[in-house]
Design a protein around this ligand. Structure first.
Ligand code: NDP
Length: 239
């Protein structure tokens, strides 16, 4: 039986990943920060273990990984999904806001990868999947801090793939385009329509579509893929 730890699994893309992995035979633990009732109901519907832990807090991450490991017995797959975003003119971004975004999107992924890879190295097997963003590839106006954090996650993915490859661990990223989750609720209907019109497939992506890609990267079909960034944007970004 394969096992997985998903960060930020209470809502949106993370929730879809938890469901997809559970539906495909994985035993799963997931973390959340605030969405207690959503986390509880997901745990009940899937049998996954819900762990309350702030990705930005080192002690909480260390404790969450220990709890997940003792529940799962091993951690075959880590999905670094927890993330936050905000919109701001570049000149208005405060240092606190810059640090807040980086502490979850980058430091959180670093801490989970460090803690989990210790176990993976001793097993000589593992899959780390980082949920980046197309904005980490091409940049987004008024989201410089978010774009920079998602680009950093891509750098982390590539470097870690090189370091952990000899230990049998693959490290890949998914760079979704606009996905229909609460993260985009701050956008107006007009903005969303404009983004859809700019997308060759003419719609937003679905969380389930990101989840299916994560399932593929976690599985045997992706055994020889590492250091890769999968652009999942309906053609919004074509390089
Ligand atoms: P949502 O806002 O819908 O969900 C975010 C999830 O992350 C929640 O489960 C939330 O848990 C969790 N989370 C946030 N902060 C923390 C924290 N400090 N510690 C632990 N968990 C935390 O976002 P999405 O599902 O849309 O996004 C998921 C990932 O996908 C993010 O990394 C995002 O950047 C990325 N992404 C999203 C895109 C989109 O268009 N939606 C496009 C490209 C990338 P809780 O509610 O319990 O706090």
């Amino acid at each position: 039986m394969k096992t997985a730890l998903v960060t930020g699994g209470s809502r949106g893309i993370g929730k879809a990943i938890v469901e997809e992995l559970c539906n495909n035979g994985y035993t799963v633990a997931f973390t959340y920060k605030n969405s207690e009732s959503e986390a509880k109901s997901l745990a009940e519907s899937t049998g996954a273990l819900a762990i309350k832990a702030d990705s930005a807090d080192e002690a909480e991450v260390v404790a969450a990984v220990r709890q997940a490991y003792s529940h799962l017995g091993k951690i075959d797959c880590l999905v670094n999904n927890a993330g936050i975003s905000s919109f701001s003119l570049f000149t208005d971004i405060t240092l606190d806001e810059w640090n807040r975004i980086f502490s979850v999107n980058v430091t959180g992924a670093f801490l989970y990868s460090r803690e989990v890879s210790r176990y993976m190295i001793s097993e000589k097997y593992g899959r780390i999947i980082n949920i980046s963003s197309i904005w980490g590839l091409v940049g987004s106006s008024c989201e410089v801090h978010y774009s920079a954090s998602k680009a950093a996650l891509i750098g982390l993915t590539k470097a870690l793939a090189k370091e952990l490859g000899p230990s049998g661990i693959t490290v890949n990223a998914i760079a979704p385009g606009v996905i229909d989750t609460e993260m985009n609720k701050a956008l107006s209907d007009e903005d969303l329509k404009a983004l859809e019109d700019e997308t060759p497939l003419m719609r937003m992506g679905r969380a389930e579509e990101v989840a299916k890609c994560a399932l593929y990267l976690a599985g045997d079909g992706a055994d020889f893929i590492t250091g890769e960034v999968i652009n999942l944007s309906g053609g919004f970004v074509i390089t």
